[in-house]
Ligand binder design. Structure first.
Ligand code: PMP
Length: 291
């Protein structure tokens, strides 16, 4: 069966899903997107993803040409028509076709497309062994320039950090903000555990408001009875943490065991992390909008 792509209100075969070379999403990274997951017939926290999409769009003064309700239906329709009960959804809204100038006022209607596909999972072994990370020289965008809360189509900041990690034969980078505070990884939020307190950087440091981040903070409070704090911290706290893990739609909750050559505690995934991996997986089975 050929893959069906949702494009501006229609489901079209993959080969016919084409957009203009004059689209400002392509020419300037002018647009917003979401990465969403479906688990066993349910879309996880779809309304939170759509809220974030519409907030990102508003922040760049882009009016999405359909309501959230219509967008929800479009996501579900795309999954259904591809026969997917579990998978990954990429939802993109671009500024649309314009001319070679920057001015968004010269663009026509925003373009909306949705791709539903199988998900490439991290090897299960990584959840047992944990990841090794490096901090990189490229700083996270400053909120005063492009706020990292905007999930925009311009991911060069993150890609540059990913390239730097690759040059050191590492798969993932920790990004600091311009003041040296820990922000996030290239596509995941970061947490540390310090004496039974769960800590993650606040938004103003320059991080995306991760949907998984939010879910994990809730689970830590409700199921693990942990104190959860959004607090700034430096690399010193990373190196001296009891535990460290990342959160994201694709990765879910994944342990980190080494950063910049320093082992985190004993260099093994921690107990809190292991419990949160389980609690999060349970949550994805309970919650979600039916496909
Ligand atoms: N930070 C960045 C920069 C990301 O791209 C992502 C993934 N979309 C995340 C964090 C994690 O967010 P979420 O849990 O919503 O996938």
């Amino acid at each position: 069966m050929t893959q069906k792509i949702y494009l501006n209100g229609k489901l079209v075969p993959r080969e016919e899903a084409r957009i203009s070379v004059f689209d400002h999403g392509l020419l300037y990274g002018d647009g917003v997107f979401e990465g969403i997951r479906a688990y066993d017939g349910r879309v996880f926290r779809l309304s939170q993803h759509l809220d974030r999409l519409y907030d990102s769009a508003r922040a760049i003064a882009l009016k999405i040409p359909m309501s959230k309700k219509e967008m929800e239906q479009a996501v579900i329709q795309t999954l259904r028509s591809n026969g997917l009960k579990s998978g990954y959804v990429r939802l993109v809204v671009t500024r649309g076709e314009g001319d070679l100038g920057l001015d968004p006022n010269n663009c026509g209607k925003p373009v909306v497309f949705i791709i539903a596909d199988k998900i490439e999972l991290y090897p299960e072994e990584l959840y047992k062994k944990g990841l090794e990370l490096v901090t990189v020289a490229t700083k996270r965008n400053i909120p005063e320039a492009i706020d990292p809360r905007i999930k925009s189509l311009n991911y060069l900041n993150n890609i540059l950090a990913k390239i730097e990690a690759g040059l050191q034969n590492m798969s993932e980078a920790v990004m600091l903000n311009k003041d040296g505070y820990v922000a996030e990884c290239t596509g995941d939020n970061i947490f540390i555990v310090e004496e039974n307190v769960l800590i993650t950087p606040p938004f103003y440091v320059g991080v995306l408001a991760g949907i998984t981040r939010q879910a994990v903070m809730e689970l830590a409070r409700e199921k693990l009875d942990l104190v959860v704090k959004e607090k700034v911290f430096t690399r010193f706290s990373l190196y001296n943490a009891d535990e460290c893990f990342l959160t994201g739609t694709a990765a879910e909750v994944i342990p980190v065991v080494k950063i910049d050559g320093r082992k985190i505690a004993e260099g093994k995934p921690g107990k809190v992390t292991a419990r949160l991996i389980k609690e999060f997986r349970d949550l994805t089975k309970r919650e979600g909008t039916k496909i």
